[in-house]
Design a protein around this ligand. Structure first.
Ligand code: FE2
Ligand code: FE2
Length: 167
């Protein structure tokens, strides 16, 4: 659907639903899975590789922050966009005022996930835990790639359209 849909033309409510079902659902699931894996790495290897503690802390900070960000979109910003699109008397000003915060949250999430990845051995992980950590690193890379598209849809399409509707 995404490749055929012109998101500059489709209703914003459709774009918002697409972002939630395609990107938010995936992000929640992957954040949970990566959390489990990192916790397992820490439990088994922190004594030998204390850097795992640092990655675990950093990851859980970004996990909490980004989950809160998505929840805020789903319960405040996105419903406001849908309401304003349906009824032109409904103001989008409260949402438009928060766009900068949304963009900062996006930047923070993607740069922190990159930092988590770098902390988990940017090059070759030690052979002893290599294959297990490599799987976790791949999942983080996939999440970063999905986040890039998720952020593009919001920063480059949804937010400018919300601003234009409010103007
Ligand atoms: Fe989002
Ligand atoms: Fe967002």
């Amino acid at each position: 659907m995404s490749t055929e849909t012109n998101w500059n033309e489709a209703p914003m409510s459709q774009l918002v639903d697409y972002i939630i079902t395609k990107h938010h659902v995936y992000s929640y699931a992957e954040l949970d899975l990566i959390s489990e894996l990192l916790t397992w790495h820490v439990r088994n290897y922190w004594l030998k590789f204390p850097v795992l503690l640092q990655a675990h802390t950093l990851f859980h900070q970004v996990k909490a922050a980004f989950e809160q960000h998505m929840i805020q979109e789903e319960t405040a910003g996105f419903p406001m966009i849908k309401a304003a699109e349906k009824d032109s008397t409904k103001s989008l000003a409260p949402f438009v005022k928060t766009i900068t915060h949304h963009e900062e949250a996006h930047e923070h999430a993607i740069s922190t996930l990159r930092k988590v990845k770098e902390t988990l051995w940017n090059g070759e992980p030690p052979a002893e835990i290599g294959p297990e950590v490599a799987t976790t690193i791949t999942l983080i890379s996939n999440l970063i790639a999905d986040l890039a598209e998720h952020i593009r849809l919001e920063n480059d399409i949804l937010f400018p359209r919300a601003r234009a509707l409010q103007a």
